[in-house]
Design a protein around this ligand. Structure first.
Ligand SMILES: [Zn+2]
Length: 283
């Protein structure tokens, strides 16, 4: 199921859901007490909150770009139960609703390589082989994130699953980028750090307007206030520092924020009223 689309200059921006999952509500809001976050994100009887895995399609300037790709279909039943996966709608179904198939994607851009973002980059064949999911696509990953994903440690090992990205290198479809800048006409990557050291957001610019795929910098609209930072972040003070600069910029320049994990709000603009920030929903 597609949730319709937005336009930004000559670009069409379409949310493509890869279903929903659940993460611990306390971990999603870090130091914020449950009595505060449970108002915006009511937990289930196992203290988990429901989150979307919402990739975004960027079409325009002759390209069809997919930003992140959800968890995909390779996780085992035990992991799917722990994370409360609802496989519906699948990314394939969401792409079909947007009139596309896996062959139509030219470029896949990764915010980072955690499984809920990069699991859908690859698929397992009936013979058990894992291969790139989008046969005609190049995959763009930040070099520092790639290096970290190949050398996981005790605190991030559960999130980095090699089968989601090593097959891209083996198939010769991986492009590593080192700096902030354009990865396609009008599409820029910008490092935030924080969640992972090389986590990046993706900006789409055209006609004087900007949309920002916020990934895990602002996973939901509820994460806009400065202290609402995930306990999953490896470098939460870096997240805080980036938010402190980014939020006023987003208000001033009227950025359209694309939310990856918000279960309801796919996109919105950040408004300031009486010194408080809120999200005005756009989709
Ligand atoms: Zn995430």
């Amino acid at each position: 199921m597609s949730e319709s689309f937005l336009t930004l200059g000559s670009f069409t921006l379409t949310p493509v859901l890869d279903g929903f999952f659940r993460l611990d509500g306390g971990a999603m809001f870090g130091v914020v007490p449950r009595m505060l976050w449970e108002r915006v994100a009511p937990p289930d009887d196992r203290n988990r909150i429901r989150l979307a895995m919402r990739a975004w399609l960027v079409r325009g300037q002759g390209r069809t770009i997919l930003i992140d790709a959800g968890a995909g279909g390779k996780l085992e039943a035990k992991a799917r139960a722990i994370y409360g996966f609802e496989g519906v709608p699948s990314l394939d179904a969401s792409l079909a609703a947007a009139g596309l198939g896996v062959d139509d994607i030219d470029l896949v851009v990764a915010s980072h390589l955690h499984f809920d973002h990069a699991g859908g980059f690859t698929t397992r064949d009936t013979d058990g082989m894992v291969r790139p999911r989008f046969p005609n696509a190049r995959y763009c990953v930040r070099r520092g994130e790639w290096d970290d994903a190949l050398h996981p440690h005790e605190r991030n090992r559960a999130s980095y699953l090699a089968e989601n990205y090593v097959p891209l290198r083996d198939a010769g479809v991986l492009d590593l980028t080192g700096e902030d800048g354009e990865v396609a006409p009008g599409v820029r990557v910008r490092r935030t750090g924080g969640h992972t050291q090389h986590h990046q957001i993706i900006e789409i610019h055209d006609g004087g307007q900007t949309a920002v795929f916020a990934a895990d910098l602002l996973p939901t609209a509820g994460h806009v206030p400065l202290p609402y930072i995930m306990a999953y972040d490896l470098y939460p003070m870096d997240t805080l520092a980036f938010k402190r600069g980014f939020l006023p910029e987003a208000v001033e320049r009227d950025y359209l924020i694309l939310f990856e994990h918000d279960p309801e709000v796919a996109a919105g603009r950040i408004r300031e009223e009486n010194g408080k920030l809120r999200v005005e929903r756009a989709l």
